[in-house]
Design a protein around this ligand. Structure first.
Ligand code: NAD
Length: 310
């Protein structure tokens, strides 16, 4: 495993991060016993960065990850989130942040997290997040309950607006850098490098779209994007390459991304994803993929409040 430093913090994250949302059955039912074994296997194999949220499976993912990390908490860097608690349930108020975070700590069976992040900022008001949410999180940080603070979301515009008004340690964005999209490079990466902010890249598989089982029913991408993803998976199969492995490798090669999160709930997936570390990049295949994806490359769907689209 390789490790990279998260911005200006001393945290060294594994380049492959464990996305724990599947533990909350977000991508279909998972076996809790296998889920625990998967977390242990990932730690044994050098994955030290785990990302979860009370939103995933309405607290189920946090509870299962907490069960799995009992006795192994010291071996990992644990990130959770605050502000989003359901599909349409948000609370970015100071009281909400503090009260709900205490519940997250109990579920995670720990008294601190390494990274506490505002979840999906584009669903809130920039003013409230800057003036109320992050200051409440800073108080938790001073109390030793959160070592570092970050923001997460889909809208690069909103993430940048917040990060330029308020100092944060990390920005996590999803579906903005993988085989289907690469606009993280336009402004966010240069900003992060200039300000010593760590970048966490989520959804290397474009939220399941780059797998043989395909996008889940709730996936927000339009049919043209889903179809292009299917063609990429078919091309990889014809070339004898595992599409997720190639997709993850592509993300791992970005030098300015600290960690790429991939959602996992079985040991087999951990093994397959670790294999990405040793995959030699096939430029010919990447060129063909570029051709397939070209008509929909960098397609962005609307998410959150209208004023935050982008
Ligand atoms: P993803 O692109 O990582 O896809 C996950 C899906 O791919 C799951 O169905 C998983 O079972 C499957 N999968 C994983 N490895 C596979 C393999 N080798 N072969 C076949 N299938 C495989 O999407 P994601 O889970 O949404 O994103 C990863 C993580 O990033 C999340 O779990 C979460 O921790 C984080 N995330 C955060 C935000 C946010 O904070 N706003 C948003 C999205 C994702």
């Amino acid at each position: 495993m390789k490790y990279r430093q998260l911005g200006n913090t001393p945290l060294r994250l594994s380049v492959i991060g464990f996305g724990a949302s599947p533990l909350g059955d977000v991508f279909g039912r998972t076996d809790p016993t296998e889920g625990i074994a998967t977390v242990h296997y990932a730690v044994d194999r050098g994955i030290n960065f785990f990302d979860v949220s009370p939103y995933y499976g309405s607290t189920v993912a946090e509870a299962r990850l907490g069960d799995a990390l009992a006795g192994r908490r010291g071996e990992v860097l644990l990130a959770t989130k605050c502000g989003r608690y359901g599909l349409a349930e948000f609370d970015f108020s100071a009281d909400g942040i503090v009260g709900r975070f205490e519940q997250s700590l109990r579920r995670l069976r720990t008294d601190y997290v390494d990274l506490l992040q505002v979840h999906d900022v584009e669903f809130g008001s920039v003013k409230q997040i800057v003036e109320e949410t992050l200051p409440a999180m800073r108080r938790l940080q001073r109390e030793g309950k959160a070592r570092y603070l970050g923001i997460t979301g889909y809208s690069l515009k909103t993430l940048l607006e917040i990060a330029s008004q308020s100092s944060v340690n990390s920005i996590l964005t999803y579906c903005r850098y993988n085989l289907m999209v690469a606009d993280i490079d336009d402004v966010l990466i240069p900003f992060a490098k200039q300000h010593g902010v760590g970048v966490i890249n989520a959804s290397a598989l474009h939220m399941g779209l780059l797998t043989t089982s395909g996008a889940p029913g709730w996936h927000p991408a339009p049919k043209e994007v889903v179809d292009a993803g299917r063609k990429v998976v078919a091309l990889c199969a014809a070339e004898g390459i595992d599409a997720p492995r190639l997709a993850l490798r592509f993300c791992l090669d970005h030098p300015d991304i600290t960690s790429t999160l991939i959602g996992m709930s079985t040991r087999q997936q951990v093994e397959a994803n670790l294999n990405a570390l040793s995959l030699a990049n096939d430029r010919g295949v990447l060129e063909k993929i570029r051709g397939i994806v070209a008509p929909v490359h960098n397609y962005i769907w609307p998410s959150g409040r209208e004023e935050n689209y982008g």
